[in-house]
Ligand binder design. Structure first.
Ligand code: M6R
Length: 361
């Protein structure tokens, strides 16, 4: 049942090239995005994304995509905050729920709160028969298959894939993305299953790094732009299954507080593909190293050559268009947490105090 893997989480991490391929087939035709359900982003004034946990992190990545590609204003909220905050619901905006299970109590309640007030209720859900998929106006499948591990992996990957496809569609509908750039992004999406397979090759390096990470009592994750949510994903995965305290910060926030924590006992994991923000992140990395912080830089070959000096370790990822890096960098976020947990001997698939689906408040 675990396909030769020790844990469902490992099986699900390794399924990602295939599950990604499956979902892209649902959303891509030729060199265009053709989604399995109708939506008109041109008519919307804004998009409000509401979710919990890893699904919320996928939503915060989507904010970068929708704003950058489609110039559509996005806010992304935690469901338990949204439902009780008496939020201002824009009648010309859509509310989008993201949920693997489609049964998370707070996300479901948030959806019911917005229903009838927002222009439309969209959902991005893995379980097609779930309450959220059924009750939303338009449900977008993520086709990740059954996810058993409490720590979400392949569902996160496919949520990102669907959200990027929808942002591209929104760009076309809103006239902010031309056909040529759409075709370019679609061809990069088609390359992704192969890139994710390549990224999985860092697994043995992650297993080696686990003995170092497992000894830490705190780990800091840093990233800029869409890598900031990825830093959150790395920290959340690690907390969930290895029980090590981890915190994510936007790299630019470092000197506004968390740099006080830095000393030689603090591993600092930095997600920094060589994109437009790379140099800024490298200067943050140097600030950490100047205080003897031990940096694990996750980057590509160009980034490793340009900014790797003095780092304790580097994980080198395949090159890709900066727009698709969040999907690729999910792999090291998952593998570092997985191998640290295995090293510590925790119950990876059933971590203490957690349930796969949080159906009570
Ligand atoms: O089923 P959902 O996507 O609504 O679940 C939301 C969170 O409970 C979930 O993502 C949780 O944070 C995961 N265990 C993270 O790995």
């Amino acid at each position: 049942e675990k396909g030769g893997h020790r844990h469902f989480m490992a099986k699900e991490i390794h399924e990602q090239p295939q599950t990604l391929k499956d979902v892209l087939e649902l959303y891509i035709e030729g060199d265009r995005i053709v989604p399995p359900a109708e939506v008109d982003f041109a008519a919307l004034s804004r998009l409000t994304i509401v979710a919990c946990g890893t699904a919320h992190i996928a939503g915060t990545v989507a904010k970068y995509w929708f704003e950058r590609i489609a110039r559509l204003p996005v806010e992304c909220d935690i469901a338990s905050e949204y439902r009780y905050r008496d939020p201002v619901i824009d009648p010309a905006g859509a509310v989008m729920l993201i949920s693997q299970s489609g049964e998370t109590a707070d996300t479901l309640a948030a959806m019911r709160h917005a229903a009838g007030e927002a222009a439309s209720i969209l959902s991005v859900v893995n379980v097609p028969t779930s309450s959220i998929a059924r009750e939303s106006d338009v449900a977008f499948p993520i086709a990740a298959g059954v996810e058993v591990g409490v720590a979400s992996t392949k569902a996160f990957m496919n949520q990102l894939a669907v959200l990027l496809c929808l942002a591209i569609l929104a760009g076309r509908q809103r006239g902010t993305l031309d056909a040529e750039r759409e075709a370019e992004l679609v061809s990069e999406l088609r390359r992704l299953p192969g890139l994710v397979s390549q990224a999985l090759a860092i697994e043995s390096r992650c297993a080696d790094l686990a003995s170092w990470l497992a000894e830490a009592s705190d780990i800091l994750f840093l990233g800029r732009g869409p890598m900031f949510p990825l830093a959150h994903e790395g920290a959340l995965k690690l907390k969930e299954i290895s029980y090590i305290h981890a915190e994510a910060y936007a790299s630019g926030e470092l000197k506004h507080g968390p740099i006080a924590l830095v000393d030689r006992s603090l591993p600092v994991v930095v997600f920094a593909p060589s994109d437009a923000l790379f140099d800024k992140t490298v200067s943050n990395v140097q600030e950490v190293m100047a205080r003897e912080g031990q940096v694990l830089l996750v980057t590509d070959a160009e980034g490793a050559a340009a900014g790797g000096q003095g780092c304790r370790d580097i994980l080198t990822m395949p090159d890709c268009d900066p727009m698709v890096t969040p999907l690729l960098y999910a792999v090291p976020a998952q593998l570092l947490a997985y191998h640290t947990a295995v090293h510590k001997g925790t119950d990876v698939d059933q971590p203490r105090n957690l349930a796969k689906s949080v159906t009570v408040e």
